[in-house]
Design a protein around this ligand. Sequence first.
Ligand code: SAM
Length: 279
Amino acid sequence: MDNLPSLTEVVKDYDLGANKKLGQHFLLDMNLTDKIARLATPLDGVNVVEIGPGPGGLTRALLLRETASVTVIEMDERFLPALADIGRASGDRLSIIKGDALKFDIATNVPAPRKIVANLPYNVGTKMLINWVTETPRFWDQMVLMFQKEVAERVCAAPGESAYGRLAVLCQSVAQCHMAFDIPARAFTPPPKVDSAVVVMHPLPEGKCYPNLKLLGQVTQAAFGQRRKMLRGSLKSFAKKHGMTATEWLEKAGIDPQLRPETLPVSDFQKLADCLSQK
Ligand code: SAM
């Protein structure tokens, strides 16, 4: 790995200009990529999945640790030769998949234990996260993900905070989530318009992970769809589809119908979903 050219040379030699449509903003500072990889330690014996390796800065940092394997999924084939160079230097610990990560079945194709570590493409990062969080049985052992800071805040927000909503409820129903550090826009090539932040997600213990995530997703979508309304208003039509009034449903769950969704703890949304699944 030490004999590989610098990332700046790789970008220049292979002519890897950023394609904005694919959300490409590269991290070429190996101190930063190492700082991200360190958040995923211990990595001994772990199979890491990285979405969108681009020129491979984070990939190198992951392979420089005791990772059993790194599987990268990259949509833009211009990066494949540079990634193949890294693969050869890594003693064949790198698997390179060309394609759309949204269509890649990680659980089937990568052996456990698995960690997902990625500087996610801005345009599809949230969608990927929701897919991974709601997939049952859970297939990942830790996630270390970089998002736009605003998305990272939505994952980690507590009730009462303006960023609190559906994403926080879903993610915090399966994982303990925290924002590790911010990365300013100027650290990327080219710089995006906004700052980024790295989120670390550790799964909750088996019995504490909320099982009915699809239903919880529907409940939170209805509740936060009209977040300025009281719950008895925002949940009105969703409750009707399930044959009751919103007030009946909320009272059955022990929740004051006059509250607004952003004040409700994660456990109250789970109670609402439980009441529906028990019907
Ligand atoms: N990991 C690199 C870094 O930190 O320098 C690049 C990160 S860049 C923000 C996102 C990467 O994801 C790009 O390389 C882009 O081509 C890739 N990408 C975008 N959409 C993708 C998708 N649906 N599946 C796989 N890769 C994707």
